[in-house]
Design a protein around this ligand. Structure first.
Ligand code: IMP
Ligand code: MG
Length: 174
């Protein structure tokens, strides 16, 4: 089976949106330091671009989680494969994700991070598929709401491929 990628959001659209979110975060956190927490691997491209657009001081940390379940459905039970290096205590934390789908992974993860007593905890996602939501998650910053299609690029993969595309595309199987 071969696959083609149809552009859903162009590189220019994504870049413009990331700039807007960066400006908004800079306003909302004026006078503070923002601690960005990247959820690997998908969140990495977005977080790096976003960090460059934030004008208040930024610190960064990375974590990797895997969700038990099959390829298309996450169970919501999250295993921390790589934990953060730094404590979150009293930090203004923004979790940066590629996409919120069912919401299971994020809701579980936010609960874990909240127990570490950050000064504040917000969620920023490049993409949101609201139609797919099973568990309520409070998203503070959303790049784009997209339809229920499987997308790749800007960190998102299909069988580990296409993360490096500078745009968001829909995978079409022939
Ligand atoms: P959730 O727990 O269902 O919200 O799972 C979200 C995770 O599923 C994301 O962090 C992605 O890793 C993955 N995911 C969901 N939708 C897509 C998609 O359209 N393309 C690639 N990965 C996706
Ligand atoms: Mg992810």
């Amino acid at each position: 089976m071969s696959e083609r990628i149809r552009v859903l959001l162009s590189e220019e659209e994504v870049d413009r949106k990331i700039k807007e979110i960066g400006e908004q975060i800079s306003k909302d956190y004026a006078g503070k330091t923002v601690h960005l927490v990247c959820v690997l691997k998908g969140g990495a491209f977005f977080m790096c671009e976003l960090a460059k657009r934030i004008s208040v001081p930024v610190t960064m940390d990375f974590m990797s989680v895997s969700s038990y379940g099959d390829d298309t459905q996450s169970s919501g039970v999250v295993r921390i494969a790589k934990d953060l290096d730094q404590a979150l205590l009293d930090k203004n934390v923004i979790v940066v994700e590629d996409i919120v789908d069912s919401g299971r992974t994020l809701s579980y993860l936010l609960n874990i991070l909240n127990e570490r007593k950050p000064a504040s905890l917000a969620l920023c996602t490049l993409l949101d598929k609201p139609e797919r939501r099973v568990v309520d998650v409070n998203v503070n910053y959303t790049g784009f709401q997209i339809p229920d299609e499987f997308v790749v690029g800007y960190g998102l993969d299909y069988a580990q491929k296409y993360r490096n595309l500078p745009y968001i595309g829909i995978v079409e199987l022939d």
